[in-house]
Design a protein around this ligand. Structure first.
Ligand code: 6R9
Length: 680
């Protein structure tokens, strides 16, 4: 599909019904979030896909009929050393306990079990390093690696309940380190390898980690980057870290402190190749993962074992339709992100999946790298983020078209709302119009997927995550916590406990209650705005703080971005609401142009885009300013840091940009905006 067909396609959509929304908002002050456009295309699964799918339509009824018993059945799919006495204890809400009295080991479920069942020869990871080095690691080999690492951790004095910080590139040892911690009951805290020494230090301190597992470096964008120096820098701060375990990945020159640093190969390789696991309480903490909130201090979201494993395994099976014997599954996330925890380590390994793990960036050494690997390994299930899909759109179809992508049978998306245009492109160009797309909504806090189509059941709409999964209760409510009807917007909430829910914010009980459970009494508020369409399908509108208020009308940044991206000249867009004396907030857009498309330039283009948004959504959504940029400020997990763009749009000094993948981006953008003139 060419860009111009996409463009026409978008034009053919039913236009807007914002006038009605506007009226509603006049009469109902609680009508808080207006989604001004609508999407009518639907894509039902093929009869062939539907017939073979792991999840059949009856699952919804089964879950709503059986409540907690439904989750007990999912938990039974795991291997327990001792079965639980009580499935759910919610008496001390919001502190949930699932499968109370049960004893389980995460690593045994991920590894030993498959080997015992005769699948030790199955490949767990096809690892591909960025420079092209490869390793095929079987389940039996992975079990040996994890057992040795667990023995090494024990030799180093790490015991159950200790916190271990993991700061690594995306290499198999990262997964081995996580599973080795889990095996001995130590709590891992993976800190994304793109974070700075300062960020690492604050996370080490907050969790009071005893050990850091790192590497000399990794490969990214065609070069070796160093990690160990950031650890050295961080450990100049006040910590209780006694030892640093270092994987040799790049072989680069590395400063060394003999009293503290230990090479992974020196201690791990000489360990015994088996390890007898201990079983832990279902509610034993499994990991802490830091995530940013509205304040500067990151929140240590912590998850426990039995419930988390139950839900990641279940969702991985039903949402990705995994057939462990035949599928090759690839989740492109980093282990430093919750997606890497739930859908690269725990979920897929528990389900016995064969996966691809790729260390580097998708444009190295060429822009077709991901597609090349799909062809090479015969990937059948691909799970990635909208930001990468839009980047592929920008690069053009010639890259995917050079490779055979016919092995793909299912596509997934996660991390932010996917624009209908990107969804359609993904389906057409990557999925050959035959693969169901699962747009999966969830959070670090939820631990596992909560809202998503079931690929063999749901007729999907481009841009909608559709419905809560069987077993999950999610609703869209107004300011007073009252569910809104179809066709209305509000706040997305979860009103029933779920097995993989966060058990708290590490060391901050009050903050946990305050952040998640106080907006609506006793109900989890996710921080996202959402809308139900006329069929009751859920449309995520972004974080509520990403919602703009222009002349009293709330407009989602996502929606304006989608409108901009639907223009043939635009590859990617980020929109912020900037303080405006007249209208409260004015819409400021930052756009990246699509390569290889003929379009007008400069002033003319800006005018055309503003009119285009007006046509797509309504004049109310016309951006005040549009600035063409080469890059957008993104975190390494791909989230656009709108906070920084807002600083620029409001002529403030740009705030903390330490978590940006490329810190120079902001400088270029601020200089550019000063010279760009405001319209009207
Ligand atoms: C898994 C993950 C969580 C926030 C969440 C929401 C956004 C994630 C989404 C989505 C729309 C989807 N988000 N998936 N928005 N559609 N399919 O991303 O966790 O890093 O904690 O971010 O991401 O705003 O609240 P996390």
């Amino acid at each position: 599909m060419s860009a111009s067909t996409l463009w026409r396609d978008r034009q053919a959509k039913k236009p807007i019904f914002w006038a009605q929304e506007l009226l509603n908002s006049l009469f109902m002050s609680s009508e808080t979030l207006d989604n001004l456009s609508s999407e009518n295309r639907t894509f039902a699964p093929s009869p062939e896909f539907a017939a073979q799918a792991n999840a059949q339509p009856g699952l919804y009824d089964e879950a709503s009929r059986d409540g907690v018993a439904f989750w007990e059945r999912q938990a039974e799919a795991l291997l327990w050393d001792r079965k639980w006495d009580t499935a759910l204890d919610w008496s001390n809400a919001p502190f949930a306990q699932w499968f109370v009295g049960g004893k389980i080991n995460a690593s045994v479920n991920a590894l030993d079990r498959h080997v015992a069942e005769g699948h030790g020869g199955r490949i767990a990871f096809h690892f591909e390093g960025e420079p092209g080095d490869t390793r095929d690691i079987s389940y039996a080999q992975l079990l040996t690696d994890v057992s040795k690492a667990a023995n090494a951790l024990t030799e180093m004095g790490i015991t159950s309940g200790d916190r271990v910080a993991i700061y690594m590139p995306l290499i198999p040892e990262a997964a081995v380190a996580m599973l080795a911690c889990a095996r001995i009951g130590a709590i891992h805290s993976v800190v994304f390898g793109g974070f700075s020494a300062d960020a690492l230090l604050s996370r080490i301190q907050d969790a009071d980690a005893k050990l850091v597992i790192t590497a000399d470096g990794g490969f990214r964008k065609g070069a070796a980057f160093a990690l160990k120096p950031a650890v050295d820098e961080a450990l100049k701060g006040e910590t209780n870290v006694k030892q640093v375990l270092v994987v040799k990945r790049t072989g680069q020159e590395t400063a060394w402190d003999d009293s503290r640093d230990i090479w992974w190969h020196e201690i791990v390789d000489r360990q015994h190749s088996t390890h007898t696991p201990e079983f832990f309480d279902s509610e034993h903490p499994l990991f802490i993962l830091y995530t940013s909130g509205t304040t500067a201090k990151p929140k240590g979201i912590f998850h426990t074992t039995g419930g988390y494993l139950t839900q990641v395994a279940y969702t991985h099976k039903v949402v990705f339709d995994l057939k462990p014997k035949t599928d090759v599954y690839w989740c492109t996330a980093d282990v430093g992100w919750i997606t890497g925890h739930s859908y690269m380590v725990y979920g897929p390994l528990i389900n016995g999946a064969t996966q691809v793990m790729y260390e580097g960036t998708p444009d190295t050494p060429h822009k077709g790298r991901v597609f090349e690997l799909v062809e090479k390994y015969g990937v059948t299930i691909l799970y990635t983020a909208p930001t990468l899909i839009r980047t592929w759109m920008k690069w053009g179809e010639e890259f995917p078209n050079q490779f055979n992508l016919s092995s793909l049978r299912l596509l997934g998306s996660v991390g932010e709302p996917i624009n209908p245009e990107a969804w359609i492109w993904y389906r057409h160009v990557i999925g050959g119009n035959r693969c169901p797309i699962v747009d999966t909504w969830w959070q670090t806090e939820t631990g596992a997927i909560m809202i998503s189509p079931l690929p063999g059941v749901t007729a999907t709409k481009p841009g909608s995550a559709m419905r809560p999964l069987p077993g999950i209760s999610a609703k869209v409510v107004d300011d007073n916590g009252v569910p809104v009807g179809d066709g209305h917007g509000g706040y997305l909430i979860l009103d029933k406990p779920w097995p993989s829910m966060l058990r708290g914010v590490w060391g901050e009980e009050e903050r946990f209650k305050e952040t998640y459970w106080s907006r609506f009494e006793g109900i989890y508020f996710a921080g996202d705005g959402a809308k139900l369409d006329d069929d009751g399908a859920i449309w995520l509108l972004g974080r509520v703080d990403d919602v703009m208020n222009v002349s009293g009308h709330r407009i989602s940044t996502t929606e304006v971005e989608s409108a901009l991206v639907s223009h043939e000249a635009i590859a990617e867009a980020a929109v912020v609401g900037a303080a405006d004396a007249m209208t409260g907030q004015g819409i400021v857009a930052f756009v990246i142009l699509r390569g290889g498309v003929e379009h007008v330039e400069g002033e003319e283009l800006v005018k055309e885009l503003r009119n285009h948004v007006a046509k797509e959504i309504g004049a109310i959504a016309k951006p005040r300013q549009i600035m063409v940029v080469n890059e957008l400020p993104k975190t390494r997990s791909g989230k656009i840091m709108r906070r920084l763009l807002k600083d620029v749009a409001e002529n403030r000094a740009v705030g903390d940009a330490t978590t940006l993948a490329d810190p120079n981006v902001m400088k270029l953008i601020s200089e550019g905006l000063k010279s760009a003139s405001s319209e009207d």
